[in-house]
Design a protein around this ligand. Structure first.
Ligand SMILES: *[C@@H]1O[C@H](CO)[C@@H](O)[C@H](O)[C@H]1NC(C)=O
Ligand SMILES: *[C@@H]1O[C@H](CO)[C@@H](O)[C@H](O)[C@H]1NC(C)=O
Ligand SMILES: *[C@@H]1O[C@H](CO)[C@@H](O)[C@H](O)[C@H]1NC(C)=O
Ligand SMILES: *[C@@H]1O[C@H](CO)[C@@H](O)[C@H](O)[C@H]1NC(C)=O
Ligand SMILES: *[C@@H]1O[C@H](CO)[C@@H](O)[C@H](O)[C@H]1NC(C)=O
Ligand SMILES: *[C@@H]1O[C@H](CO)[C@@H](O)[C@H](O)[C@H]1NC(C)=O
Length: 495
């Protein structure tokens, strides 16, 4: 089986003969299509691929005569997620809106590691450019594939409710195989595409070829790819607000302009006018943005100000549906199971950020809110019964010695402290169930690129548990995880 080849076998196989690649390609595509089948509500997309036996033919004949009409006339939107999961989720939502407005198929990325890609600071006008971000994302995705840690955003959040009438999406891996595979004599298939679950390291040249092909990092692919260089230093994207080209209210102050010798003037620009039918970018195959991060700042938005679209009911209802995207059903089920079987009663959840960056030096403040909450619980309870507490924190359990957390654990008369760990049977089992559900298990499972490790889903199960905490929730303020849990609680995920 191709997927069970060891790395060295794989390399040998590629060098020995090209036809082997042609056998491996449809196999891998079938697997990927199966995967897509599990995640994608878009039947159009499936029709494009199926029947699987024809995949290779289709790839060679129909796909991607770049720059002209393809069979489906399909055009794509790519972006560079950054930072932690919650940020990545916000960016995914923005990307979905962008794709819908521009009638482009969204290339859905995987979940990136927390520190893999760093945007910088929009208010300080110190951010990495789009091409740098895209390039970093590409490299990181190749690492995820090589390490078999690739897990799609669409595995974690449930996009099925969004409905394919309003926007189309494609898995990053499938896209790359199609994109790079349009010329099989290019070596791309031996490296970053075919080797989706194999080695990437030995093939930096061809991997770079593929990268530039996808991200427009080199001159000769310009007609195929447009990398949007406008970022939060210069632009706030709007839609149908009738203020295209006007100045945004937030500008770098004079001091900053002088100190940094910059002349950034932030304009509000209409997304549809800039990249829609009347623009040069309309027919470009891939429209690639850098980060799609935005946040309210000083009376404006840092990068994207599209909160409603009264003139476009399709986009308006999409925006409404995007307000809250639940986790995938498997994750919700695992969280509820833990509550039912392990906690077995009313409980309180505390989400404590203690290690990462800005949270490192604020332990006292972080603990004090929990203390306050527990005191009030005791005050309300005349009979001093046991309080169940579920704690999720980035401080590993064996580093709790001497902390407030340890004193809670010690205080067995009053508290029963619960935590989840990636090695807990429930987490391991649900990671396995994930694989079965997505049907990417089968006989060659540990060589597959889409392997969901329990480590990768722990956080989301923990968030679900916290959304079920009937006695209340205490979360470190300023943490995006806290915000995510609050939003889950508001939307009654646990009902
Ligand atoms: C959107 O794009 C698809 C092809 O991907 C095309 O068939 C459809 O007509 C387009 N819709 C609009 C409103 O332009
Ligand atoms: C972006 O900027 C940060 C500093 O703000 C830097 O550490 C990082 O390496 C840069 N590049 C990428 C691609 O993240
Ligand atoms: C494929 O790409 C190679 C170079 O990578 C080129 O020599 C060849 O002509 C291309 N084939 C087709 C069919 O475009
Ligand atoms: C203790 O008080 C709680 C309410 O604060 C109540 O739910 C529980 O049943 C009581 N337990 C006993 C043993 O009285
Ligand atoms: C918790 O109990 C252990 C063992 O009894 C003890 O060594 C430790 O100091 C206690 N920690 C706190 C914070 O009270
Ligand atoms: C996954 O594949 C197995 C057979 O390989 C099949 O029995 C099962 O129904 C499939 N599950 C789903 C969710 O498609």
């Amino acid at each position: 089986m191709a997927w069970a080849l060891s790395r060295s076998d794989w390399r040998r196989k590629i060098r020995r003969s090209k036809p082997d690649i042609c056998i491996v390609l449809p196999l891998s595509l079938i697997l990927i299509v199966l995967f897509l089948f599990a995640i994608s509500p878009s039947t159009d997309l499936l029709e494009y691929f199926l029947p699987p036996t024809k995949t290779l033919d289709r790839l060679q004949s129909a796909a991607f005569p770049c720059g002209s009409e393809t069979a489906a006339g399909e055009r794509f939107l790519l972006y560079a997620p950054h930072s932690g999961f919650t940020n990545q989720l916000w960016e995914l939502k923005n990307a979905i809106v962008f794709a819908a407005i521009l009638n482009r198929t969204l290339i859905v990325p995987p979940v990136l590691d927390h520190h893999a890609v760093i945007l910088g600071s929009c208010p300080k006008f110190r951010v990495n450019g789009s091409s740098d971000l895209l390039s970093a994302v590409w490299d990181h995705i190749m690492d995820l594939i090589r390490d078999q840690r690739y897990i799609s955003m669409a595995d974690i959040v449930d996009l099925s409710s969004l409905g394919h009438m309003r926007f189309r999406m494609i898995d990053f891996r499938i896209f790359v195989s199609m994109w790079c595979g349009r010329n099989l004599s290019g070596t791309c298939f031996g490296s970053s595409c075919c080797a989706m679950s194999s080695n990437v390291e030995s093939s930096s040249i061809s991997s770079n070829y593929c990268k530039s092909l996808s991200f427009g990092l080199c001159e000769n692919v310009k007609p195929c790819v447009h990398v949007v260089q406008e970022d939060c230093r210069t632009t706030v994207w709007t839609y149908q607000q009738g203020n295209d080209g006007t100045l945004d209210s937030f500008q770098p102050d004079e001091q900053m302009q002088k100190r940094k010798k910059l002349s950034y003037v932030r304009k509000r620009r209409d997304l549809y006018k800039s990249f829609g039918p009347s623009s040069d970018a309309e027919m470009v195959k891939i429209l690639a943005f850098g980060s799609l991060f935005t946040a309210p700042y000083k009376g404006s938005e840092l990068y994207i100000d599209i909160h409603e679209a009264p003139g476009d009911s399709r986009i308006q209802s999409l925006i409404r549906d995007l307000e809250f995207l639940p986790f995938a059903p498997e994750i919700i089920a695992a969280g509820k199971e833990f509550v039912r079987k392990k906690i077995k009663g009313p409980f309180l959840c505390a989400q404590l950020r203690l290690l990462d960056g800005k949270f490192k030096n604020h332990w006292k403040a972080t603990f004090s809110e929990l203390k306050k909450k527990l005191q009030s619980e005791h005050g309300g309870k005349k009979n001093n019964s046991l309080i169940h507490i579920f704690i999720m924190t980035d401080l590993p359990r064996n580093n709790w010695a001497g902390t407030y957390l340890e004193s809670l654990v010690n205080d067995t008369k009053f508290y029963n402290v619960h935590t989840l760990h990636e090695n807990d049977e429930l987490v391991v089992q649900s990671a396995k169930r994930f694989r079965v559900l997505k049907n990417i298990t089968s006989t060659h499972n540990d060589k597959l690129c889409s392997y969901v490790s329990s480590h990768d889903i722990l956080l989301y199960i923990e968030e679900t548990v916290c959304s079920c905490a009937s006695m209340g929730f205490v979360g470190t303020s300023g943490s995006t995880i806290t915000e995510s849990i609050l939003s889950m609680r508001k939307n009654n995920v646990c009902q």
